[in-house]
Design a protein around this ligand. Structure first.
Ligand code: SF4
Ligand code: SF4
Length: 205
């Protein structure tokens, strides 16, 4: 399995050993982000780094285990419940003047958050490349809740293609009418999901 090097900028002390041992110059970049297109995965930089700032990661993640749709839906409902509990506990913590109650509410908010994250992980929603995550993001883009970062979500879908949709490939497009960027499954009717502009108005990215 092909691996590439990634650098943790918080740990990196800059301009030292990896620059000298890298055979391709992939570590020597203007923005300090290792150039994945030049990395051959030899691991010399990770071995040489005195700060353990470099990790070797797989270049392409395998698809996640298949999840039953009913389980995914049940997980989303349960996680939603905990999110609302978290929000409520935070609100009470912010409003109360009683120290004991404030600490209790903060603990409830934190445990609700952790439990919600566990549920989402079990349901297959923690991997942005999974089809369940991507379907969820598509639905949130189509009907965004208040404060939802729609532009960032589109960018995420554009950068991270789905890797577990059997027999289907996704293509990225930009609409020349409303300038939305989005992905469509191979075979899906090509039209802008935002303004419904027809196929002729879409530019393949
Ligand atoms: S793994 Fe090898 S090629 Fe890639 S950045 Fe590190 S030293 Fe360079
Ligand atoms: S060897 Fe490690 S600490 Fe030094 S520049 Fe490279 S990543 Fe940063």
């Amino acid at each position: 399995m092909k691996r590439i090097a990634v650098r943790n900028l918080r740990l990196c002390t800059k301009d030292c050993l990896c620059l000298y041992v890298c055979p391709t110059g992939a570590t020597d970049t203007e923005d300090s982000i290792i150039d994945a297109s030049r990395c051959i995965g030899c691991g010399s930089c990770a071995d040489a780094c005195p700060s353990s700032a470099i990790s070797m990661v797989v270049a392409e993640y395998p698809p996640q285990q298949r999840k039953d749709k009913d389980v995914c839906d049940a997980v989303l409902d349960a996680a939603d419940c905990r999110s609302r509990l978290e929000a409520m506990a935070k609100k009470i913590a912010a409003e109360t003047e009683e120290d004991g109650l404030r600490r209790l509410m903060k603990a409830i908010a934190m445990s609700s958050r952790l439990s919600s994250e566990d549920l989402l992980r079990e349901g297959g929603y923690m991997l942005p490349q999974s089809s369940v995550s991507q379907d969820l993001i598509h639905s949130l883009i189509a009907d965004p809740p208040e404060g939802f970062p729609t532009a960032e979500a589109r960018e995420l879908l554009r950068r991270i293609p789905c890797n577990d949709r059997e027999g289907k490939k996704e293509e990225s497009y930009r609409c020349s009418v409303c300038f939305s960027e989005f992905t469509l499954d191979d075979g899906e009717e090509a039209a802008c999901p935002m303004c419904h502009a027809p196929k002729e108005k879409l530019e393949r990215l």
